[in-house]
Ligand binder design. Structure first.
Ligand code: AMP
Ligand code: ZN
Length: 470
């Protein structure tokens, strides 16, 4: 397997620390709002890597965190000294506690994982369940002389870290990209790059989420959880760490500094993989721009999560991908056609022959080439169209390939077994979804009858409308 390692800025041959095994960590969601399709691109990347390593025969341990505390706005820019706590912000917006916000959006995340058919991580660790581990990590750093106190918290000293012979920010592209933080730099910080490890609760206000600590009541800084939990579940040094490209500039360098500073072991992680951003209509996506679509937003427009996943697969993870509804529609059509083709050849005996092995090798080659998913997808089509392959071989191969693609091409665990490849039906389904939202039940029922007359069954399950051929 060859992968681009952001740490060495090179494509490298992947060699696990322990033969035959791989420890993988992905920075998970901050659960203060619905997960949007940009975030999902990054989690799908994590899933594809885990599936690929499994496919290549490695034993994987996959860990992901859920940030349910302490992620301050501004952290991404490297200044965690000021800014608003995202969970508290969500609580204010919805008139509920930060705990309820975390609970609500953690559920949304888990449902989304399921709907996108992402493998369940071996450990899905919540920051609030690991306060003890985080406090103990900060204590270790304190003992090593890598921290200092200001009026609002305990900070990591990047200078002290460097004086011990470590390099801070090796991974970062911060010099190459636009510098500057959205929030003002804390005057008490000894160095602009320093960041909070533990923040004190304000004296005049009770926070929803706060804990006792050797430094007084407060809450952990955002970066601490990833170091504490990855070390706990994967060890002081592990193989692969994944995240979106924005995390490369400060969050990940801070994770490295905390981890290496506390364990004294270098490197903390051998390979760092960063996924490029998803754009919407060629630009940035954001809540304020109204284009930070969630899976639910897409479903309301008649798209299934697998359509979005297919769209992700058409772009290489190190290239930005542009989301438009036209592109999503094209992905939906292509996936529909693929499923239909597969449906036509199914039902015989799966044949495993020499030609079969050849195709498998070709598929592996694509994966091993820095996770070339567009290439792998093109190969699936090439295979399905190949005249020399028998139906049994095709069915066997598509079953194998889908172990990595995770598109449920064969419709095994999905109700949409029989593909809707009829634009008229699709339009009616969309219309019916809209009418149901407007609570126009009678009109919606009429459309249901129309769809059924055209030979389809309509089912509304868990907020999703599923349509299949009778
Ligand atoms: P957050 O919940 O803000 O901590 O982000 C969760 C993950 O989504 C991180 O790995 C981010 O880098 C990633 N992410 C955020 N926005 C995008 C985007 N537009 N495209 C791809 N990944 C993103
Ligand atoms: Zn992280």
């Amino acid at each position: 397997m060859k992968l681009y390692n952001s740490l060495t800025r090179k494509i490298e041959k992947f060699k696990p620390i322990k033969k035959g095994e791989i420890g993988i960590y992905t920075c998970g969601p901050t659960v203060y709002d619905f997960v949007q399709i940009g975030n999902w691109r990054t989690y799908v990347l994590g899933d594809l890597l885990v599936r690929t390593f499994k496919y290549l025969g490695l034993k994987t341990t996959y860990v992901m965190n859920i940030t349910d505390v302490g992620h301050l706005t501004g952290d991404n820019e490297g200044d965690s000294s000021t800014g608003e706590d995202r969970l508290e912000k969500g609580a204010k917006r919805e008139g509920i506690t930060a705990w309820d916000v975390a609970d609500k959006y953690s559920k949304d995340f888990k449902q989304g994982m399921h709907r996108l058919k992402l493998l369940k991580p071996d450990v899905l660790a919540k920051a609030t369940d690991h306060i003890r581990e985080q406090v103990s990590l900060v204590e270790k750093l304190e003992k090593k002389g890598l921290t200092y106190k200001t009026s609002d918290g305990i900070y990591f000293s990047t200078k002290a870290f460097e004086e011990k012979g470590f390099k801070y920010g090796e991974l970062s592209t911060l010099d190459e990209i636009k510098e500057g933080a959205r929030v003002a730099v804390n005057k008490e910080k000894k160095d602009k790059r320093d960041f909070a490890l533990w923040k004190f609760s304000p004296k005049d206000k009770k926070r929803d989420m706060e804990w006792e600590s050797p430094w007084g009541k407060g809450f952990p800084g955002w970066h601490v959880e990833c170091s504490a939990m990855s070390i706990k579940y994967l060890g002081e040094q592990f193989d692969l760490h994944i995240g979106g490209e924005d995390l490369r500039s400060t969050h990940h360098p801070n994770e490295i500094a905390q981890s290496e500073g506390s364990t004294g072991k270098k490197p903390f992680v051998k390979y760092w993989v960063h996924g490029s951003f998803l754009l919407v209509d060629g630009g940035r996506m954001g809540k304020s721009l109204g284009n930070a679509y969630s899976l639910q937003d897409l479903e309301e427009k008649g798209f299934l999560p697998s359509d979005l996943k297919y769209l992700y697969l058409t772009g290489h993870y190190r290239k930005q991908l542009n989301f438009t509804f036209e592109a999503l529609e094209a992905a939906q059509t292509a996936l529909g056609r693929l499923k239909k083709k597969v449906d036509e050849i199914r039902g015989g005996d799966i044949e495993v022959t020499d030609v079969y092995a050849e195709w498998e090798d070709k598929f592996k080659e694509r994966l091993e080439d820095d996770l070339d998913m567009p290439g792998a997808l093109a190969l699936v089509w090439e295979m399905m169209k190949d005249k020399k392959l028998s139906n049994g071989e095709k069915e066997g191969l598509v079953t194998e390939f889908d172990k990595v693609l995770g598109l449920d091409i064969l419709g095994v665990d999905d109700v949409e077994k029989k593909v809707i490849d009829d634009s008229e039906v699709k339009a009616l389904v969309k219309e019916r979804v809209r009418l149901r939202e407007e609570k126009k039940w009678e009109e919606a029922d009429k459309i249901r009858e129309e769809i059924e007359e055209m030979g389809y069954v309509v089912e509304d399950k868990g907020g999703e409308t599923q349509v299949m051929k009778k």
